[in-house]
Every structure is written in structure tokens, then in C-alpha cells.
Design a protein around this ligand. Sequence first.
Ligand SMILES: Cc1ncc(COP(=O)(O)O)c(C=O)c1O
Length: 470
Amino acid sequence: MNSKSLPGAVPALFPNPAERARIEDWLTLELAAARRRVQAGPVAPTIDMLQFRAELERFDFAEPQPLEGALRWAIERLEHGIVQMSNPRYFGLFNPGANFPAQCADRLAASFNPQLASSASSPVAVALESHVIRAVAQRAAFGGDATGHFATGGSEANYTALICALTGAHPNFSADGVRAFAGPVKFYTSRDCHIAWLKIAHQAGVGRGALRLVETDGSGRMDPDALLRAITEDRAAGAVPVMIVATAGTTGAGVIDPLHACADIAKQQALWLHVDAAWGGAVLASNRLRGLLAGIERADSITIDAHKWLATTMGCAIFISRRADLLSQAFHASTSFMPSSISGVDPYLNSVQWSRRFLGLRLFLALAAAGWEGLGAHIERSIEVIERVKERLIASGWRIANDSPLAVLDAIPPAAAGDVRALVQRVVASGRAWVAPTTFEGQNVVRICATNGETAIADVDALVAALNEL
Ligand SMILES: Cc1ncc(COP(=O)(O)O)c(C=O)c1O
């Protein structure tokens, strides 16, 4: 037997405890200082990307360098090289300024690095995630039979919904794929849906042509009559409808599709109903506003992104369904090397991922620290921010195109402001605020969304000034 001692652990990768503590403490202070500068600085990147690429080229990884130097370099480049979601003048896409408990959760997850594939590997973490899923399902008035899991994003959760719908639609789908069906598969959502549905159709093997984009009613809601017509036409042509997707909080305009009407049609047509509440699902946190999603409890499945309006760090979504049997059918696998293989419990047997990160702790800690009341106050506050923006824009001659009860405004500038895209480009380039151009019901609009939980009235004024002055 060889009794020679082993080489030591590579110190650059596994520093000794004192060195680790020193760098961690230094990093905490550096990040706090960077955050203060980011919140007061420009929202858009200011970095010279040509120079940055040249700097990157110099990292040929031949000569190691001290970690602190690399960390300082990365912080500085991130400070100037990304759109800053933590800046309170970011009125952008659904990306949040991350809440602090979620950031703490990431530290814990990084430190313990639990593997959430199986309940035997991480019994506490798997049980904690299921507890949070059940709590969210209860807010959506799903019964005690609700199940689900954390996913990396709304796209993964929505993909899961389509796989469940297909698995439920034909007993042979699992073995034969789309060949099981008597005709081409179709599923339905509004033309204002999140367009990742096309990629999802592609990935699922039903083809992009399976997605029917249904007309809206002139105010951004899926038109139930047009939906029923599309299903009837498709059946007459020999196609096989499998799922209706209602969006609760459209990406462009924050509009909620008519959930009860969609549920009625799904029931009458025996189709899976999925509610894509990736962004809007967060209003379930507010006792005052959760009624806006009435009808969501009739869905077969729901997507809610915690990394949108619930402001966790990026890569944290929730898939909820009452059909545990279909999740198990769709994602089952069998192997002897896994520490446990319990259908309905072990995440690797019920979801797309195998190895998985501890995502649920982010929402758990946010809920533990703030309660539903605190998360509800965060949601209500965002809507108030948008109300203030709206008042000010109307007073300065703007018109509002969308009628959303949520925190997205699609605004049309006075004619003198000229082209909407050019205006948005000027505002973004100025670094004073960040908004997006989009179209709503055929009109070019400036899309303004309250996503940052720390936006103050001075930030609202700064946004409105930028929109009117540039
Ligand atoms: C309504 C809706 N569904 C799905 C998605 C996709 O979610 P993710 O970006 O988390 O994959 C988005 C993203 O903005 C969305 O707005």
C-alpha cells in the first residue's frame, strides 16, 4: 500500500480558511460599494467593447493570477458593461433588481452546493422546495393535490406544460412521440404571447407550425371567439388540438387573457389549459390584487417566474400542476446509481433537469423575511410607480395605449417627439433611464415597466424628464 501523502489541494481553487475568509469579507465590501455606484450611475452599459474584447484576449489562462485581481477586474467590467437591473431607473423588461434574501440564498446555495436531483442527496432542500411550491399553489387556489417544481425560467416551465399536455393527450405519445397522433398537433395562444412558445414547439418535436397565434380583441386580450374558431377549423382539417395557453400578464402590455372564457373552452374541447403567468402570477402575493387572476385555479398547469416580479435572482421559475401522474409519466427514468428514485418526490423523475441547483431557497427566504404581505406590498408599490409615470406622461401630452391593471405602461409620445424607436434609443443611450420600444395592437409604443423595488419618486421624475427632453 502506498503511504506517501497526497499532493495538497490546489490553493487557488481551495484556499485555506483564513485566506477564504479574508477574500470573502473584502468581496462583501467591494460589492456593496459597487452597488451604490451602480444605483446612482447610468442604467445602460458605457464600456468600450472593442477594448474589452482585447482585454479578454489577454486572458489566455497560461499564467494564473491572484483571485482578488480577477475579481476586481470582473466587478469593474460588470459595473460598466451591462444594463443595470438594480438601478432604480431601469423601467425595462421583466428583469428585477434582485431582492436581498434571494441574494443571501445564492450565497448559501453556493456554499453548500446541494444536489437537488434526489431527495436522498438533499432531503432538507427537496422538502423545502416542495413546501414553497405548495404555498404558491395555495395562493392560486389550487387544491391539496397540486404538485410542481422549480425551473430555470418561464421557458422551461412552459415547455414542461406542453410535454404534460402531449403526454396526457395520447397514451402512446410517451413511446411514439407525435406519430401517436392521428394528425398534426396544434396548440393555441394569443398573438401577444411570449414568442418563446415557437422555440418550445420546435424543441418538443411538434414543429413550429403547431402553434396557432389567435387574434386579440383590440385591447391585447386573446379573443375567445377567434380561439374557438381556430380549434374548430383545425379539427375539421384533421389536426389534433392539445392545449390552450392563456397569458396572465403579456410581455408587451401586461394584459391578462380572459381566464374563465379560456377555461370554459378548454373544458368543452377537452384540452389542457396552461396559464403562462410568468410575470403576472406575482399578483397572487397581494390580497388586494389576486382577484385579477380569477380563473387561474381552473388551469391544468401554471408558470410563475420568481425571477421576474417576485424579484429573486435570475434563473428561478415555478411550474405548478395538479397532474403529478403526467409529470411522472413524462420525466421518469430508471438507473441504479441514483441515491433515491421515488416517483412524485425526486425532482429528477418529475422535471426536465437532472442535476439541479437549489433555486427554491431564494423564494423561501424572501417569503420567510417579508411574508406574503411584504411581497404583496412590493407588487402594489410597482403598480403605484406606474400610476405616477402615467399621470405625468398624460399631463405632458402623451397617450396610453394599453389598459393593464398591472405595472406595464405602453405610452405614445406627442407627435412632435418623432419616431418612437429613435426616442427610446436616445433615452437608453443617455443612461438616464431604460425603457423599451414595442408595438401594441399595431401602434408603436414606449414600454415602461416598474421592475425595481426601490424606484423612488425622483426616479419617476428623472424618467419622465428624459422621455420629454431627449
Ligand atoms: C409571459 C412570459 N412568458 C414566458 C417568458 C419567458 O420566461 P423566461 O425568460 O424566464 O424563460 C416571459 C419572459 O419575459 C414572459 O414575459
